[in-house]
Design a protein around this ligand. Structure first.
Ligand code: PMP
Length: 432
């Protein structure tokens, strides 16, 4: 830790508090367990920030990466292609929502969002339309690059940068406010329709987190919102971008969250669970209509001038391909749906003791509802859980549970029991 403190700057971390939080040094992992440098083990209750699918060091994924390493480490995707990149695109499209037929690779979730935003803007421009506006949702989170921050709706992450962000219009979140979920969805859709009425001709895309605004604290909403957003975007001639970076690959109990609403987006971004939690890789899935708008001779300027040095890194593609193969072989999505039901049953006794428990599939937020950041109630619950061998991470006052989809029943029970006891302990200490 002394060497870390002397040299490292961590993401999303207030370093004035970092050392005081007594961070763990993770040394190895296996299955759903993380082991620290003292040999103590912690159940990985948030899938290492929502990425782990089949568990850590899953033999089949390890083997796929090793085999790829012995064949091709890396070759650029700019001007060359390779088998893992092609095979992964095929596998992704085989299970993609209807209408999506092209895969554009990126590195992290934010870089997929960035590519999707630029695609949407350029798509309109190439049809002779000037559409400089993005329409986004309050409480949304799409990553930390400037384009992604522009369409984010969490002030903590975007207010500082407001003077240097893109022009956007924001509608109220369907996940907060008064009324039933369907009333809130209707109110958000009405706001969306109003913006479109005024400025629809200038909007190139509507970007949404389908079914759940994850980083805002697992704010779930009605599928009606997604259907309304789909209709409104199409009517205004704007694209619908479904950001499935958090929700993709089974987390909501379906392969893609848009399946809950039977909605087909024009662009879909994914990342996180794509490689099973092994390596940074993300993608934008696009319709043929969008793809074809980028075809033309060089002089037309229709090329998508966007990409990264490590685009479609073969090791990452091999890991992702192994992950998707295992998901099919093991029925991981069905297992995720069943896990969600188990989580619901296990958490039911806690519901009366906290402000709210929100969940879709395995994506769970236990809202402690203190609304006083300085009390760090969420962090305190997570610390008590950690001392009892479970690693979870809060989003403010919301304790997030998002176990690896391969978690066993007894491990799931341990996760919930430990977090429940931690909530009760912190409450008893008078912090809640
Ligand atoms: N979109 C969504 C919906 C996310 O939840 C996240 C990350 N939590 C991102 C984009 C950004 O992904 P990354 O951190 O990999 O850049």
């Amino acid at each position: 830790m002394a060497r870390d403190l002397a040299s490292v700057w961590h993401p999303f971390t207030q370093h004035a508090l970092w050392a005081g939080d007594d961070p763990l040094v993770i040394d190895r992992a296996e299955g759903v367990w993380l082991y620290d440098s003292d040999g103590a083990r912690y159940l990985d209750g948030v899938s290492s920030l929502w990425v782990t699918v089949h568990g850590h060091r899953e033999p089949a994924i390890n083997e796929a990466i090793r085999a790829q390493l012995d064949r091709l480490d890396h070759a650029t995707f700019l001007g060359l292609t390779h088998e893992p990149g092609i095979a992964l695109a095929e596998a992704l499209l085989a299970g993609a929502p209807s209408g999506l037929s092209r895969v554009f690779y990126a590195g992290d979730g934010a870089s997929a969002v960035e590519a999707a935003l630029k695609m949407a803007f350029q798509f309109a421009a190439q049809r002779g339309e000037s559409r400089p506006l993005f329409l986004s949702v309050a409480e949304g989170y799409h990553g930390d690059t400037l384009g992604a921050v522009s369409v984010g709706g969490i002030g903590l992450f975007s207010d500082t940068y407001r003077p240097i962000l893109l022009e956007t219009r924001q509608i109220p979140s369907p996940g907060v406010g008064d009324g039933s979920p369907s009333q809130r969805a209707a109110a958000s859709c009405a706001a969306l329709a109003q913006v479109m009425e005024r400025e629809g001709e200038r909007v190139c895309a509507v970007i949404v987190e389908p079914m759940v605004q994850a980083a805002a604290g697992m704010l779930t909403h009605s599928a009606d919102f997604l259907r309304g957003a789909r209709r409104c975007a199409a009517a205004a001639g704007a694209l619908l971008i479904a950001d499935e970076v958090a929700t993709g690959f089974g987390r909501t109990g379906r392969m893609w969250a848009v399946e809950h609403a039977e909605v087909a987006p024009d662009l879909l971004t994914c990342g996180k669970g794509l490689t099973g939690g092994y390596l940074p890789l993300s993608a934008v899935l696009a319709t043929e209509e969008v793809y074809e708008a980028f075809l033309g001779s060089p002089s037309t300027g229709r090329t998508f001038f966007h990409g990264h040095t490590y685009t479609a890194n073969p090791l990452a593609c091999a890991a992702a391909l192994a992950n998707l193969t295992l998901m099919t072989e093991r029925g991981t999505v069905a297992r995720a749906a069943a896990l969600g039901e188990q989580l619901a049953a296990l958490l039911a006794p806690l519901a009366a003791e906290v402000s709210e428990i929100r969940r879709i599939g395995t994506m769970t937020g236990i809202d402690l509802g203190s609304h006083d950041p300085d009390r760090r109630v969420g962090a305190r619950v997570c610390r008590v859980a950690r001392d009892r061998g479970v690693w979870v991470r809060p989003l403010g006052d919301v304790v997030v549970l998002m176990p690896p989809l391969a978690i066993h029943d007894d491990e799931l029970e341990l996760l919930v029991d430990t977090v429940r006891d931690a909530v009760r302990q912190v409450r008893a200490e008078g912090a809640g």
